[in-house]
Design a protein around this ligand. Sequence first.
Ligand SMILES: O=C1O[C@H](COP(=O)(O)O)[C@@H](O)[C@H](O)[C@H]1O
Length: 268
Amino acid sequence: MAATAKKKVHVFDTEEEVAVSLAKYIAHLSENFCKQRGAFTVVLSGGSLVDTLRKLVEPPYIGSVDWSKWHVFWLDERVVPKNHKDSNYKLAYDGLLSKVPILPRNVYAINDALPAEGAADDYETRLKHLVANTNVLEESASGFPKFDLMLLGMGPDGHVASLFPGHPLLKENKRWVTFIKDSPKPPPERITFTFPVINSSAYIALVVTGAPQARAVQRALGKGHNSDKLPVQMVSPEGELTWFLDRDAASRRVKRMCSWVSKCCSRV
Ligand SMILES: O=C1O[C@H](COP(=O)(O)O)[C@@H](O)[C@H](O)[C@H]1O
């Protein structure tokens, strides 16, 4: 597994402040990558993340971001039609893609006509084609695709993408995209990027808001060592990892710090 080059943790008072800061962060990376190499590859999660992207479709970003250079991918997708309420594509389309001028040919949705295994194979083949035949997607030193930015959410159980605690898929180290038919969170059939792909990214933003996530955040950012790592603890990119937390998600972490500070102060 790749060593983390850099890790930053930002804690904001509210989810609204997370949304504001996240938009600024994404717009800044977009500008740099578009200038440097004429393209920006962005990988979206589903879930609450998409709503937290809402500031991107407002001024100034809606007008200043070079959307024509964006290439959009999915970290994971549910095996349902694209117009189904559980579809991560639909979520992103409604919240982001329908509101900005990203070119339809630069939106790489999963083929919803295929069953789970076929959809994973198909997505992997399309990524391999992009790496081999275009300048859109780069290759990391380890031979996996290197996306410019992955936007990760995290479930209360510490899952990221469709990689769930204790599941054998956590150990997958050859495939780029794989499938799951027994997801503990419905719907059960999904396809997902694997950890080697996630960890080949240039930048990862881990966006976590809300109190139900606090325990997993505490475990991921605390000093304790557990032999069985949560999926979120396996996020360790070659590039830079930035956590965006609101006060609720960071609450257990902050409480521990506060009780440590008050113990120290009472000794003085
Ligand atoms: O099922 C999924 O869950 C995670 C976390 O979602 P959240 O609503 O708790 O933020 C999400 O990142 C993933 O893409 C999705 O398929």
